[in-house]
Design a protein around this ligand. Structure first.
Ligand code: C2E
Ligand code: MG
Ligand code: MG
Ligand code: MG
Length: 285
């Protein structure tokens, strides 16, 4: 009887595994189709300085599935990574972001905006990566000084020498680098000295607990101090409350991103947000 139960559990497990694999395979082919047929788009989330200026935006990939509705990047980016689709997907994101940079160049309201683009470890490891980025900049005419690439600690644990070389080649043409989700990975602090970074991005998990949890507060303050002593800009992600904002400001964090300021929005949404803020500051002046 125990054996039979075991067999049943096993069968149930097999069925679940199979369902899961099928759904992954289905999502993968749907994602490929979306990429080919204009089914993806970018949302942009404003990044605001302590003085209240919108310094840039982060580009976030969005996929509105024809039957499932919106699929979270947390679900489809891993699929894109294991299937290799992340390479053309990543190129599409860069291309879209750089086109947007070029368009924003022509308008006084948006001219100074930078765009941060997420780059996954697989993309960075791809031998053609530097060439791909240069190529996109070339054909879109975007200003490389307005392009920031967000890497995660997982990009840095393998092949550090090769990574540093790639980063240097891109920095030489004006691109800057941010270390995303900082504090959640397991990279040693010695990496920080070797890597040609410009910015540390404090992970949302610390920011969200900063006013509730003593450990999160200590870690957040340490990251800010670390950034300052390495002359890196520090940005906090996932800022949702005025309390969190005040804590971060008090400890010297320079830039904020989060729902307190704006959710990720469309291009029009970014422009409206800028207009709204400039009107408000004009009214206050
Ligand atoms: P991330 O790069 O750390 O992006 C920040 C995530 O936090 C975004 O989730 C954003 O919508 C969310 N967020 C921003 N402010 C707040 C807030 O105040 N509260 C809360 N609760 N959440 C906030 P999203 O867009 O779902 O993206 C998830 C992750 O997917 C990103 O994390 C990034 O790792 C990855 N991703 C998104 N777009 C791309 C892309 O184009 N390429 C690659 N390789 N990865 C991407
Ligand atoms: Mg990011
Ligand atoms: Mg992040
Ligand atoms: Mg994060």
């Amino acid at each position: 009887e125990a054996k039979a139960a075991g067999r049943n559990t096993l069968r149930l497990f097999d069925t679940r595994m199979q369902k899961c694999a099928e759904s992954r395979a289905e999502l993968e082919s749907d994602l490929r189709r979306a990429l080919e047929r204009d089914g993806l788009h970018l949302a942009y989330q404003p990044q605001v300085s302590e003085a209240g200026h919108v310094t840039g935006v982060e580009a976030l990939l969005r996929w509105n599935h024809p039957t499932r509705g919106p699929v979270s990047p947390a679900e489809f980016i891993p699929i894109a990574e294991t299937s290799g689709l992340i390479i053309p997907c990543g190129e599409w994101v860069l291309d879209q972001a750089c086109r947007q940079l070029s368009r924003w160049e022509t308008n006084a309201l948006t001219r100074s905006l930078s765009i941060a683009v997420n780059v996954s470890a697989h993309q960075l490891r791809h031998p053609g990566f530097v060439h791909q980025v240069k190529n996109v900049l070339h054909h879109t005419g975007a200003d490389p000084r307005k392009l920031k690439l967000e890497l995660t600690e997982s990009c840095l644990v393998t092949d550090t020498d090769a990574t540093v070389e790639k980063m240097k080649a891109l920095k030489a043409i004006g691109i800057s680098f941010s270390l995303d989700d900082f504090g959640t990975g397991f990279s040693s602090l010695s990496y920080l000295k070797r890597l040609p970074l410009d910015q540390l991005k404090i992970d949302r998990s610390f920011v969200s607990d900063v006013t509730k949890d003593a450990n999160a507060a200590v870690i957040t303050r340490s990251i800010i101090a670390l950034g300052q002593s390495l002359s890196l800009e520090v940005i906090a992600e996932g800022v949702e409350t005025e309390c969190q904002h005040r804590f971060l400001a008090m400890h010297g964090c320079g830039i904020y991103q989060g729902y307190l300021f704006s959710r990720p929005v469309s291009v029009e949404g970014v422009e409206e947000y800028l207009l709204h803020r400039s009107e408000r500051s004009a009214a206050l002046a």
